[in-house]
Design a protein around this ligand. Structure first.
Ligand code: C5J
Length: 225
């Protein structure tokens, strides 16, 4: 099957495709979370939620694999590099008590995926200590065990965890399609440039499209599982 995309059509087989939702966590996306405490305008990230919700519903209906990721750490923070903990010289940084519990710590409220996109039973949730979803996780194993070869990617933030993940996925041989209205950045400029970088030079590490194009393709898929 094909999806209209830039720089050219994205080819995929529904059975070997997964919708990957990157870090739609309360700490990044909700008012009062870690992202906002750093001075960011979370409404910029919330723009990605409606399209991501539609994609999630359509993927579930058509039986396309769905995988979620979350950035966060063990309660003892032993999986957090000291450099990451020190970065930004924050008074209230990773592991500190924030408005939604300890910041970016697994099991805390702010680490949860937002209610609009809550994972369903059977949908793998990959907990990751880094930006890149493959780093120190079993994501590759989960994908290969399901025969996944193509990823349709949404999530936050476009230039950090989404892009880090897509770059690594590309190196590992996955074909990645990034959905521009289902990914978001706190910075307008970074959103545009990050997407441009992905599709440049003949899809140097992926393709970019809009959610409507993916939804039309999913509609014609029927039920794959
Ligand atoms: C960031 C992420 N921006 N999920 N995390 O720190 O993009």
């Amino acid at each position: 099957m094909n999806i209209t995309a830039e720089p050219y059509e994205f080819e995929f087989e529904p059975q070997s495709t997964a919708l990957l939702l990157v870090d739609f966590q309360r700490d990044f996306v909700e008012p009062g979370g870690f992202g906002e405490s750093l001075g960011n305008d979370v409404s910029m990230l919330r723009k990605a939620i409606p399209a991501a919700e539609k994609l999630l519903e359509a993927a579930r209906e058509s039986g396309i694999h769905v995988i979620h990721t979350r950035e966060g750490h063990r309660t003892d923070l032993r999986d957090a590099p000291p450099t990451k903990l020190a970065r930004g010289k924050l008074e209230t940084g990773i592991g500190s008590e924030g408005p939604m519990g300890r910041i970016l710590v697994r099991g805390e409220g702010g680490h949860d995926i937002i209610p609009e996109l809550t994972p369903r039973e059977g949908e793998p949730v990959i907990d990751k200590p880094g930006k890149n979803s493959f780093y120190a996780t079993d994501l590759d194993l989960v994908l290969r065990n399901r025969g996944v070869e193509s990823l349709i990617v949404c999530g936050v933030t476009t230039e950090v965890c989404v892009q880090s993940t897509v770059r690594e996925a590309n190196d590992r041989g996955y074909e990645c399609l990034v959905v521009e209205d289902a990914v978001a950045s706190y910075f307008e400029e970074f959103q545009r440039v990050a997407l441009d970088m992905i599709k440049a030079q003949g899809a140097i590490f992926g393709w970019v499209t809009k959610s409507d194009s993916v939804l039309s393709a999913f509609e014609s898929v029927g039920a794959v599982r």
